[in-house]
Design a protein around this ligand. Structure first.
Ligand SMILES: C[S@@+](CC[C@H](N)C(=O)[O-])C[C@H]1O[C@@H](n2cnc3c(N)ncnc32)[C@H](O)[C@@H]1O
Length: 284
């Protein structure tokens, strides 16, 4: 692939938003990411009208711990896993699917989903209003909404999704927030839809950085071992009496026993990101 030629083709079509998104869908996934990464935070060129600007390195690091090409490579690997497993488990392709990014942050993964579906089929929600503000400021195309920390429903009416994914969200949620989120997502998944989310294994507690927040490793390992779920809250205000966000590990057995209305289909795991196990679920 010649990035310069592709960029010229995009520039030549910069007046036509729907054509730009059609071109993105014909490109390899990593090239879509590369093109969008290079529309940096200060980019004001012709593509600005229709394609999102990249978030600053600082925003990328604050939400995701890393930035730039390093983060993009991880993001593309996750999206490839989602695409492969969606096909394996549903027998369908992601082309034109209705997709929700649950806990979308600054819209990192939504940008890559332009490879598979039109922005009119793409949704993102996050309970932190700053996340949604940043998505809007950088021009992320798709439907965006602030959700609740403890949602009884999702903020998109009666819409049903073919795919809901949540990267590095359930790795942080309290037991109550995770259960509430899964029951809200259950109402919003289509009967043949797939949900993909990441969880942390118990080994995470050995790698946890106490500089971020101090955890009682032994207690967390004991909780994981006995209950399948371990959580230490971050120093944050409570929501309805509970701190809903912190650091979490959970087991597949815990998911199968506690998240009613869902069945585990399988998992994926990648050496480059060993503390994010991707779990694929379908509604019962
Ligand atoms: C580590 S960031 C990951 C962001 C994004 N998924 C990504 O991978 O780039 C965690 C995100 O979860 C969001 N979040 C916090 N509490 C949540 C909840 N109860 N339900 C859904 N998302 C939540 C945060 O606001 C934040 O954007």
């Amino acid at each position: 692939m010649d990035r310069e030629l592709v960029r010229k083709e995009l520039d030549a079509n910069s007046h036509d938003g729907s054509r730009l998104y059609q071109i993105l869908r014909q490109l390899p996934l990593d090239l879509v990411g590369d093109l969008l990464l290079n529309l940096g935070p200060d980019y004001e060129g012709p593509l600005r009208r229709h394609l999102p600007r990249m978030a600053s390195d600082e925003i990328q690091r604050n939400w995701t711990g890393t930035s730039g090409y390093h983060l993009l490579q991880q993001s593309c690997a996750f999206v490839r896993s989602i695409e492969n497993n969606y096909r394996n488990f549903s027998g369908r392709s992601l082309q034109d699917a209705t997709i929700l990014d649950y806990g979308c942050g600054w819209g990192r993964l939504m940008r890559l989903m332009y490879k598979y579906t039109d922005p009119s089929n793409l949704y993102g929600c996050d309970p932190w209003d700053r996340s949604i503000e940043i998505c809007r400021e950088s021009g992320v195309a798709g439907h965006l909404a602030v959700s609740d920390y403890l949602p009884s429903t999702l903020p998109f009416g009666d819409l049903k999704f073919d795919l809901i994914y949540a990267f590095s969200v359930f790795t942080h949620l309290s037991e109550r927030a995770a259960a509430t989120a899964m029951s809200a997502c259950r109402k919003a998944i289509s009967s043949d839809g797939i949900m993909a989310l990441t969880i942390r294994p118990p080994a995470y507690w050995h790698a946890h950085q106490d500089s971020q927040n101090v955890v009682d490793r032994h207690q967390m390992l004991r909780d994981h071992d006995t209950r399948g779920f371990a959580f230490t809250p971050h120093p944050r205000p409570a929501v309805d009496g509970d701190v809903t966000y912190g650091d979490t590990s959970m087991s597949l057995d815990y998911i199968e026993r506690n998240w009613l209305g869902w069945s585990v289909l399988g998992v994926d795991w990648q050496l480059h990101d060993p503390y994010q196990t991707v779990v694929f679920l379908r509604p019962d």
